[in-house]
Structure formats: structure tokens, C-alpha cells
Design a protein around this ligand. Structure first.
Ligand code: TYD
Length: 212
């Protein structure tokens, strides 16, 4: 792989999607060739798999089936979109990748990080990201951002949401402990401008240290 593969991870409400687009713009301004993508990334087969995962009528879906389907969609997006871009020497910025499955399915849904890691290793082979930017945010703050226009009092569902977010955050922490060399953590509770600056610096550093 000739390019640079960077993934963005974190709970919902951390702002990673906005920052990813801005980071891609900045890199393009500086003359780099960039693929900004997200799973399932507009890949027809991966979109179809995603529809099965998210279909409201599929309430009988077993958590392991869900994890396998995420891994299958990931494989297709990787093969059709990410791998060719890396072979062309591009910088690939991908919104969510293997670590989302490890934190959400492996830890928060209780399947086990090792179990979910092994099916994902089958799916992606050795195509791990060079670096992963983790957007750290307090679960309550993340939920506040998601519900920014919603001034209702906290109800049972919001509390469930908070419990799940806390599990996701703990899951990511476990994953970071396993792959400390790959992760760069940014404090996502700061303003967009501050977070953006930190992310640009992380990418600049990666460009200097990882051969393109
Ligand atoms: P999405 O609408 O893409 O939201 P976000 O902007 O937060 O990325 O929804 C992604 C949801 O799917 C999010 O709740 C995380 C979840 N997810 C998993 O549970 N496992 C995975 O492997 C991936 C890629 C996503």
C-alpha cells in the first residue's frame, strides 16, 4: 500500500464527520490527492448490506449476524474503494472502520473485542489504518450535541442512550489500550476550530513520518 490510510473514530456527537471533510479540504488545498469516505461509502453491495442491518423490520437480527454484516460491508468498501485509492498513493480519510465494530459490537453489545477482531481480520487482512484519530468526548456532552435542538427533559430513552454511550466510550478505551501506537486522541469537547487544528497537525505529522 503506497498511500496513507487514516481512520476517524469516536462516539456520535463528537464532530468527526465535519472535521473529516474540513481536513480533506485542507489537504487538497496543499496539493494532496485525497479520498474522503465513510462506510458503506456509496458502494452498491455494501449499501445493500447496510440496508439489511438497519431495516426496522429486522428486529430478529442476532448481534453476531450484525457484526458479520458490518464486517462484510467493510470488506466490500475496502476492496472497491479504499484499496485502489491507496494503491494510487492517495491519502484516504475514512469515517469509522474496524474500531467502530470493536467498540460497538465487541464491547458495548457484549460480543467480545477478540471475537469481533478475529472476524474483522478475516475481512480486512493486513489493511489496518496507519493511524486512527480518536475524538474523545464525555458521553453526556456527545448526547447534548446530538439533541442540540431538543429541549425536552431527560426521559428513560435518553438515559438508556447515556448508558450505551458510556459503554461505547469504555469500549474505545479498551481498543486504544490494545493498539496504543496507532491511536492519536484529540479532545473533541473544544471548539471546532481547535479540534480542526489538532487534527491537521496529526495528519501533517503522519505525512512526515509515514512514507507515501
Ligand atoms: P452513522 O449514521 O454513520 O453515524 P455517525 O455519524 O455517528 O458515524 O451511523 C453509524 C452508526 O453505526 C453508529 O451508531 C455506529 C454504528 N456502527 C457500528 O455499530 N458498527 C460499525 O462497525 C460501524 C461502522 C458503525
Amino acid at each position: 500500500m503506497n498511500g496513507l490510510f487514516i481512520t476517524f473514530e469516536g462516539p456520535e456527537g463528537a464532530g468527526k464527520t465535519t472535521i473529516l471533510q474540513a481536513a480533506a479540504e485542507e489537504l487538497r488545498k496543499n496539493g494532496h490527492f485525497v479520498l474522503a469516505t465513510r462506510e458503506p461509502g456509496g458502494i452498491e453491495i455494501a449499501e445493500q448490506i447496510r440496508e439489511v442491518i438497519l431495516h426496522p423490520e429486522n428486529t430478529a437480527m442476532d448481534p453476531k449476524t450484525e457484526a458479520l454484516l458490518y464486517a462484510a460491508a467493510r470488506r466490500q468498501h475496502l476492496v472497491e474503494k479504499v484499496k485502489p485509492a491507496l494503491e494510487e498513493g492517495k491519502i484516504v480519510l475514512c469515517d469509522r472502520f474496524i474500531d467502530s465494530s470493536l467498540a460497538y459490537q465487541g464491547y458495548a453489545r457484549g460480543l467480545g473485542i477478540d471475537e469481533v477482531l478475529s472476524i474483522n481480520q478475516f475481512a480486512i487482512g493486513n489493511m489496518m489504518p496507519h493511524i486512527t484519530v480518536y475524538f474523545a468526548i464525555d458521553p453526556e456532552e456527545g448526547i447534548k450535541r446530538i439533541n442540540a435542538n431538543d429541549s425536552r427533559e431527560k426521559n428513560r430513552l435518553d438515559l438508556e442512550q447515556l448508558h450505551f454511550h458510556t459503554l461505547v466510550q469504555k469500549g474505545y478505551q479498551e481498543v486504544i489500550n490494545r493498539f496504543p501506537g496507532r491511536f492519536r486522541t484529540v479532545d473533541a469537547s473544544r471548539s471546532i476550530e481547535h479540534v480542526q487544528k489538532s487534527v491537521n497537525e496529526i495528519i501533517e505529522e503522519a505525512l512526515k513520518t509515514i512514507r507515501l
